[in-house]
Design a protein around this ligand. Sequence first.
Ligand SMILES: Nc1ncnc2c1ncn2[C@@H]1O[C@H](COP(=O)(O)OP(=O)(O)OP(=O)(O)O)[C@@H](O)[C@H]1O
Ligand SMILES: [Mg+2]
Length: 272
Amino acid sequence: MAQKIAFATNKGGVLKTSCTVNIATSVAMQLKEAGKENEKVGIVDTDGQGNCALSFGFVPDDFKDTIYDVLMGEASVDDIIYIIDEELELCLLPSNDDMNYFTMDIITKYGSNPEILTLLRDKLKEIEDQFAYIFIDTPPALDIVQMNVLNYVDSLLIPYQPEVYSMRSIQMFLDRVSRMKESNPNLKIEGVLVTLFNGRTTAHKTNVQSLYRFLQARKIDVFDEKIPQTIKIGESVYQYQKPAVMVKEYKQNTAVMAYHSVAKQIIDKYSK
Ligand SMILES: Nc1ncnc2c1ncn2[C@@H]1O[C@H](COP(=O)(O)OP(=O)(O)OP(=O)(O)O)[C@@H](O)[C@H]1O
Ligand SMILES: [Mg+2]
C-alpha cells in the first residue's frame, strides 16, 4: 500500500511544487539505484496551475483527462496515470486549468454534502496498491481541494519560507491540520522544510531561529536541510524541462543535494 505524502501550506510561492517534483523524482531514482523493482512512484497534482506537468516539460492543457475529471466522476483514475519515466517507474496524475473550477462545479453538483471533502480518498483508493509512494502537490489555499488532500494523505511535508508573515501563516495552517485530524485521525506531520533560504540575511536567520523554537514547543520536526535560494535551480524547468535532481550539471548544487537527502530520509523511514 502506498505511503501518501502531501506538500502543503497556505502560502504561495514557497516551493510546494518544486519540492514535490524533486523529492518524488529523487525517491524514484534512489529506489531504482537500490535495485527495487515494482516500486512505482506517483505524483498527483491537485493545483489548477498544472505546474507538476510543466516541471516535466508537458503542457497541462494537452491532457485529455486530469484529476479534475476523476474527482468530478467523469474519468476513471487509471485513465489519468501518465508514465513520465518508464525506467524510474515514475508517473504523473496531472492537473490543469479545469481544476480552478472544481470548487464551483462540485458544489453545483453535490451542494454542501460532506462527501465532497473525501472525494480524493474515495477515488484514489483503487490505485494505492500500484504505488510504493504517492506525492501530492497542492494549491496555496485553505480550500475544499486542500481539505480533500488532508483527508487523504498519511503525512504532510510543510515548506516554509522564512519571511515576515510566514510565522502567522504556519500557525493558521497547523490549526487547520489539527482540525482535520477529526476526519483523518492518522494524519501526521513529516516535518517542516525551510525553503528559499538566504543565509546571508540576518532576517532569515532570525526567522528560522523563531521557527525552531515555535515548532519545538509543539513537538513538530524540522528537516536539518534547507533549500537555498538559487536562481540556477529555479531555471531548471525552463532550460531542461525536467526537475533539477534529474539534471547532471546540477549534481553538486546545494538545493539538489538537500532534495536527495530529504528523499533518502523518507525512503529510510518507509521502505522495507
Ligand atoms: N531554490 C530555488 N531558489 C529560487 N527560486 C526557486 C528555487 N526553486 C524553485 N524556484 C522558483 O520559485 C518559484 C516558486 O516555486 P514553486 O512553483 O515550486 O512554488 P509553489 O509553492 O508551488 O508556488 P504556488 O503557491 O504558486 O503553487 C518558481 O518560479 C520556481 O522556478
Ligand atoms: Mg505550486
